[in-house]
Design a protein around this ligand. Sequence first.
Ligand code: NIG
Length: 386
Amino acid sequence: MTSILITGIGELTTNDDELGRLASAAIVLDGDRVAWVGSAASAPDADERVDVAGRAVLPGWVDSHTHLVFAGDRTAEFEARMAGAAYQAGGIAVTVGATRAATDTELADGLRRHLAEAAAQGTTCVETKTGYGLTVEDEVRAARIAAEQADEVTFLGAHLVPPGTDAREYLDLVCGPMLVAVAPHVRWADVFCETGAFDEEQSRRVLRAAADQGLGLRVHGNQLGRGPGVRLAVEEGAASVDHCTHLADSDIAALAGSTTVATLLPACDLSTRQPLPPGRELLDAGATVALASNCNPGSSYTSSMAFCVATAVLQMGLSVEEAVRAATWGGARALRRETGDGAVGVLRPGARADVHVLDAPSVTHLAYRPGVPLTHAVWRKGMRVR
Ligand code: NIG
């Protein structure tokens, strides 16, 4: 195992309560773990030395919400939306058709390309979902392909009732044979609780069946309007409820009093011409907030976590520190990976060696210079990927 001393760090964001934010810092990676963090003046020696010349260093982005096992393109739908058409859950069916028609190799190659694109921008931990297969065979295939490449995989058979299918029969399939077949490949299950997708009763059924199968829970909720999604997620003990665009005061209070993370997806809200989620209000109320890209071909075709951070600061009232924490530690918390050996979203001894070096002296530049590619170097599991 090779050890690497990264020194000359102008500003080090650790997300560790004891270490805090350090100036003139250094960090040692040993294999796939962080071995040491502290002042550059007292840094131990290592096999290799990399001087980052005063640049800012932070944990790699943790993108806790993507849909990357897909084929096809929805540029025409995006153009129609920009001309005034509304985003509708039914667009998912277009990607389902293209995904079913693709070969395993095409799906795996597409996933690899998107993960590489994200890594080149500093993303080192990615959750991705099924949900564009919607048959037992196609959902198992998506889960298997995802599990070969992504850090975390979520079963989203309850993404949409496939057109022409009876809702009751489809739900029986999702909560029965499909769940059983997909479960060995995934850690999480999710449901799109929204008008046009699944109602509260249906969603609760999916979540309870998944919990009985031993899976952790996530919910797509309150994306297109107020509804039961957030309350349901909290009641069922979901690790995260994602979107949270249209929240009642009672939703914010429920999140603040829970361990369910509010995962905000601002790139999706911009692309679907929705308002931005109330990130400031959630933080002020005491809720835990994550930022994620929601990279998918329909509602949010970007892998840029820096764009999400800049939007959260410029348009949602988060400080740079809050937004960076939400896109690193917050995502890790939403995936229950923020503590212990191999934790992500933090830089402390024992954490996974996922390091993002900015071509800037401070994280402030992420919002101060929006749209500028600021990733200078990236290590994932101790390997230089950029
Ligand atoms: O998170 N909301 C549901 N699922 C995705 C959209 C997927 C699609 O439109 O293809 C989302 O936005």
